[in-house]
Design a protein around this ligand. Structure first.
Ligand SMILES: Cc1ncc(COP(=O)(O)O)c(C=O)c1O
Ligand SMILES: N[C@@H](CCCC[NH3+])C(=O)O
Length: 453
């Protein structure tokens, strides 16, 4: 690991001058911190938009070559605000939501219902009703019970049948951590395609949808996990889904129109890590689904994908201010420098939850070339409150320094908490030398407003 500004894992707009001054999209981080305070999430709009465009173009091009259409849904769980929903929609993406709350943000942004999908393994009646009311383009159903609930809600509303996809699990275990792999068998999502005896849960789900006239079976959905750096799992899962589609067609005569291959495209968190290349993966997946469809003798469906992290992750960084610096002797007798910052596990739970690795640098001043092995920790009352487990920081790291942590755009603010009553940081967009507050900093008054005494 070494100092890599500019370049990954930093967003394309991050630059560092010889005197240590660091800018994001032309905005000096010192000015940004002075105006907006720290900690703050900083989002590089140009970078985010170009990744959104890049994914859409890569998949459209590769799938056009095999004669198939494709839609790219931005997975809002990675980070969603009204502006971000608008940006990705302007870039030609649709929006995937996982809850009524995310749906509300997408609608507030003016994204038409038809361009929104609703996921969730335990949707409430209110969420289902709201999705139907908004005319969402698809509801991805996750269980047999839910199929009946969505059908009943659609029946009560009347009107056109509700478009649904059935989420299936293919047994493909992919991604960075057990908790973020979602297609293996022993977990809560989807209906399994495995059928030790009789019809698989997935087949039963598809048949159950076909049995309800209030539902329109749009397609089959598979999401195999997150932060995937080995792309072979996408091809294995796609083959399984296309096979299930062909089996359903053979059995019922219904060849579903769409197949969603989910999200999960991995990014670089550390210097030297290589993100999945959208052009490469789009071509490989297109070639693989074409071969599978030919083997099965079925025409290709329309495809869709749901990248979240790959669009917003690299576009974001978190800016902290260093407080205390403490050398600590480790069990093996070496010294680790504990660098405490003014945020922590409340603004980025990923290191504590998944052991996720991040990269940090002192920014905004010329720091010493000599480095020390450091651990960046937060201000919470928890020894697992770690922001960066291991990183070389300048030996003269000190209170008042600005510390930037790279690639925090995804699952940072969206998974933030108020642990220890710490207000959540703002999200500041930067573009062409200008800053704009997308989500303001929470205040203690915001927190106390919920406390009715
Ligand atoms: C159904 C579904 N789609 C899309 C995503 C987005 O994944 P990622 O942010 O890894 O691209 C997730 C989260 O893993 C998901 O559960
Ligand atoms: N929240 C996870 C990934 C999302 C899993 C959603 N299916 C992460 O931070 O990596």
């Amino acid at each position: 690991m070494s100092t890599t500004i500019p370049g990954e894992p930093w967003s394309t707009g991050v630059a560092r001058a010889a005197d240590g001054a660091t800018t994001v999209a032309g905005v000096d981080v010192r000015a940004l911190a002075a105006e907006h305070g720290t900690p703050a999430y900083v989002l590089d709009e140009t970078d985010l938009r170009s990744r959104a465009r890049g994914y859409r173009r890569a998949f459209e091009t590769a799938f056009a070559e095999i004669g198939a259409g494709v839609d790219v849904y931005y997975a809002g769980k990675a980070f969603l605000s009204v502006a971000v929903a608008r940006w990705v929609h302007e870039e030609g993406l649709r929006v995937d939501t996982a809850t009524g709350g995310e749906l509300a943000v997408a609608l507030r942004a003016g994204v038409p219902g038809a361009d929104i999908g609703l996921h969730g393994n335990n949707k409430s009646d209110t969420e289902i009703a709201r999705a139907l009311e908004a005319g969402v383009g698809r509801i991805i159903v996750d269980s047999l019970v839910e199929i009946e609930r969505v059908a009943d809600a659609a029946a009560a509303r009347g009107g056109a049948p509700a478009p649904v996809m059935v989420r299936v699990t293919t047994g493909v275990h992919a991604g960075g951590h057990e908790y973020i792999s979602t297609a293996h068998e022993d977990q809560k999502f989807g209906l399994s395609i495995a059928s030790p005896d009789g019809d698989s849960p997935a087949m039963r789900g598809l048949l159950a949808v076909l049995a309800r006239p209030e539902l329109r079976l749009l397609g089959i959905h598979s999401h195999i996990g997150s932060q995937i750096l080995d792309p072979s799992g996408f091809e294995v899962a796609a083959r399984a889904v296309l096979t299930l589609r062909a089996q359903l067609a053979e059995r019922t005569g219904v060849l579903v129109e769409e197949v969603d291959l989910g999200g999960g495209y991995g990014i670089a968190y550390l210097p030297g890590e290589v993100a999945l290349d959208p052009d490469r993966i789009a071509k490989d997946v297109a070639a693989s689904v074409q071969a599978t469809a030919a083997d099965l003798g079925t025409p290709l469906p329309r495809f869709s994908i749901e990248p979240g992290r790959a669009i917003v992750g690299p576009a974001g960084l978190t800016l902290y201010t260093v407080g205390t610096v403490k050398p600590v002797r480790t069990d093996d007798g070496s010294v680790r420098t504990y660098v405490s910052v003014d945020g922590g596990m409340s603004d980025n739970i990923r290191p504590a939850l998944y052991g996720a690795a991040y990269h940090a640098e002192v920014v905004g001043r010329l720091a010493s070339a000599q480095t020390v092995l450091a651990r960046v920790v937060g201000k919470h009352c928890e020894s697992g409150d770690i922001v960066v487990h291991e990183v070389q920081l300048p030996a003269d790291v000190r209170a008042g320094d600005l510390l930037a942590v790279a690639a925090t755009g995804a699952y940072g603010r969206s998974m933030a908490s108020n642990y220890n009553h710490v207000p959540r940081p703002p999200v500041i967009a930067v573009s062409d030398g200008e800053t704009r507050v997308l989500v303001r900093r929470e205040t203690e008054d915001d927190l106390l407003a919920l406390d009715l005494g």
